[in-house]
Design a protein around this ligand. Structure first.
Ligand code: PMT
Length: 405
């Protein structure tokens, strides 16, 4: 899968930098084009001559090439790359990447990169478990970066513990697997609903819920990264999307979300209904701001909103797949299964509001994927980007099983 892929290998100043020579050699052997970018400190651990010889390209380490004055454009590099791997990643570089401290070529390139970024930390065990490192790695994860966890073993300090950079062979496997999965939705169209809906009461007030859109946006990024054309129908959220394969349609109410979703579902292979849609809207929306005058509080008459999951489930043609989410507070499994059946879904992703690290707002989620044949697969707590990967893996399995049926 790595043939002709453009890979930036970022090297920082750690003893494990010597292993990166092997990483570069393996990537080139697998057919990738490799551009090495080193921090100034990394050159104390391994020479640019070794790396330029192995990669077949001059190594970049400064903003300007010393003898010619030529500017090395981090923006161009960021656009050129299909992936960036920072190995080894020291605590210092991880901190800079997490906080946008762009004082060297490697971090500026990272900030410009549109491609997926893989980070392979290497450091002493106490640095590894220091709260600042833990937090910075968590921040990198929350930006959608992939952390290649270090292994346990003897470290440069001769202490034993977690902090050894993952072996180059395994880093190549991670990349290979990423690109293999990257192709699996090529040619597919996916429509995804995300965020809350907003139902107006009067010109200044509304009914809504706490959905941030994070889960739905992570799904859109994941599907697009794996080759799908995505229509992301988003309720009012403060998130942005970067991927060119994502067409975003902003809506406000459930009725608008229904129209946009059905319009896209006609040409789609898959619908993922992740939005937290308000089940009711106000029937008698006031045209003017409701005043607090008089003794009688206003009465809001609620009427049911359309059920978008049900509507797509009913509109489904053979070969199309609909996936819902279930946000439950009690009797989770039974309720989710009931929704799966009532809404004609092929799969439902259960998350519980009883779990403080799951559901609305947070960057993590803990889900159980339930398929129409009753199979239930629980997953551990993960970052929403990783949860999205699990959900899309399960959708891909459904596509394959439909094809083979
Ligand atoms: O946005 P985040 O802050 O990241 O939070 C993510 C999330 C908690 C919103 C998400 O993971 C999630 O659970 N989304 C579904 C929330 C929900 O409305 O669940 P529900 O059990 O009420 O609805 C079941 C399914 O029917 C869902 O797929 C929902 O999108 C769909 N539905 C519900 C009502 C309605 N009128 N139309 C619908 O399409």
């Amino acid at each position: 899968m790595l043939k002709d892929k453009h890979i930036i290998v970022g090297i920082t100043g750690g003893i494990a930098a010597f292993k990166t020579a092997t990483l570069v050699r393996l990537l080139v052997k697998a057919g990738a084009e490799v551009q090495v970018v080193m921090t100034p400190n990394a050159r104390e651990f391994i020479t640019p001559v070794t790396l330029s010889t192995l990669s077949g390209r001059p190594v970049i380490s400064e903003f300007f090439t010393a003898n010619t004055g030529q500017w090395n454009s981090h923006v161009d590099l960021g656009l050129w790359a299909d992936a960036m791997v920072v190995a080894p990643a020291t605590a210092s570089t991880i901190g800079k990447m997490a906080n946008g401290v762009a004082d060297n070529m490697l971090v500026t390139t990272y900030l410009s990169a549109k491609a997926p970024v893989f980070v392979a930390p290497a450091m002493d065990l106490d640095m590894m478990r220091h709260p600042s490192t833990v937090r910075n790695l968590e921040l990198l994860r929350s930006y959608g970066n992939h952390i290649i966890e270090p292994a346990e073993g003897e470290l440069a300090s001769h202490l034993i513990g977690k902090g050894r950079m993952e072996e180059p062979e395994n880093i190549v496997l991670v990349l290979d697997d990423f690109f293999a999965r990257g192709q699996d939705l090529a040619g597919r169209r996916v429509v995804i609903t995300a965020g809350p809906t907003v139902e107006r009461i009067d010109p200044v007030r509304y009914i809504s819920n706490f959905s941030s859109g994070k889960m739905g946006f992570a799904l859109a990024e994941e599907c697009a990264a794996r080759g799908a054309q995505v229509t992301l129908v988003a309720g009012p959220v403060s998130l942005s999307t970067r991927h060119p394969a994502i067409e975003r349609v902003d809506v406000e109410s459930a009725e608008q979300m229904l129209q946009a979703t059905l319009a896209a579902f006609g040409q789609a292979d898959v619908a993922i209904l992740c939005a937290a849609v308000a089940d009711y809207r106000v029937d008698n929306v006031a045209q003017h701001k409701i005043k607090r005058e008089g003794n009688e509080p206003p009465v809001l008459r609620l009427v049911p909103n359309p059920d978008i999951a049900l509507a797509t489930g009913q509109a489904k043609r053979p070969g199309q797949i609909t996936v819902g989410f279930a946000l439950e507070t009690d009797n989770e499994q039974a309720n989710a299964l009931g929704k799966l059946q009532r809404k004609h879904l092929d799969m439902i992703v259960l998350n519980s509001l009883r779990d403080p690290q799951a559901g609305f707002q947070v960057d993590t989620n803990r889900v159980t994927i339930i398929t129409a044949d009753g199979r239930q697969t629980p997953y551990p707590l993960k970052n929403k980007r990783e949860v999205a990967a699990d959900v899309v893996d399960a959708i891909h399995q459904l596509i394959l099983s439909q094809k083979n049926a």
